[in-house]
Design a protein around this ligand. Structure first.
Ligand code: THU
Length: 160
């Protein structure tokens, strides 16, 4: 028997002031768009904004449903839009922010398990990593260099 380890490194910033101009802009857009999420059941509004390698900006917000499992996360709305509008174009960076029902939003939340799987599929499909910027409306910021890092030992198309 031998033990294997998995490490990944990500960046933690104390405030927007430490970000590049472009990252700060993308994050600001994600914060703005979270207000347009359709989340009447959870009152947890998520906004995601992507910059594609062709320079286009694509957005997504969570879309809930009275039949709860029919709801879709912001990340997967975004990936569906990017994949249908610009099928072969890599996504360079996605900024993701949120507002919760109490108006608190002061730390980064990370994509749920299903979204991690979908992000991983998109990375494989276009053959390029997706960088994530994660933050609340204030507080510290995480930058994950490659979304696949959030899903070690992933199941992929190579396993089929
Ligand atoms: N949600 C997202 O949009 N992205 C995530 O990564 C986590 C959760 C949404 C799903 C649901 O509409 C609400 O947040 C509460 O779970």
């Amino acid at each position: 028997m031998k033990k294997s380890e998995y490490h990944f490194t990500f960046e933690v910033y104390d405030s927007d002031a430490e970000l590049s101009e472009q990252d700060a802009w993308l994050l600001q857009e994600a914060r703005k768009i979270s207000r347009f999420a359709y989340a009447p059941y959870s009152c947890f509004q998520v906004g995601a904004v992507a910059k594609l390698s062709n320079g286009k900006i694509v957005t997504g917000t969570n879309q809930e449903n009275a039949s709860y499992p029919a709801g879709v996360c912001a990340e997967r709305v975004l990936l569906g839009t990017a994949g249908s509008m610009y099928p072969e174009v890599p996504i360079e960076t996605i900024a993701i922010s949120y507002l919760n029902g109490n108006g608190n939003s002061d730390y980064p939340v990370t994509p749920c398990g299903i979204c991690r799987q979908s992000l991983q599929e998109f990375e494989g499909r276009v053959g390029q990593p997706i960088r994530l910027i994660l933050a609340g409306k204030e507080g510290r910021i995480y930058i994950i260099p490659q979304s696949g890092m959030l899903l070690p030992l992933a199941f992929t198309n190579e396993d089929l």
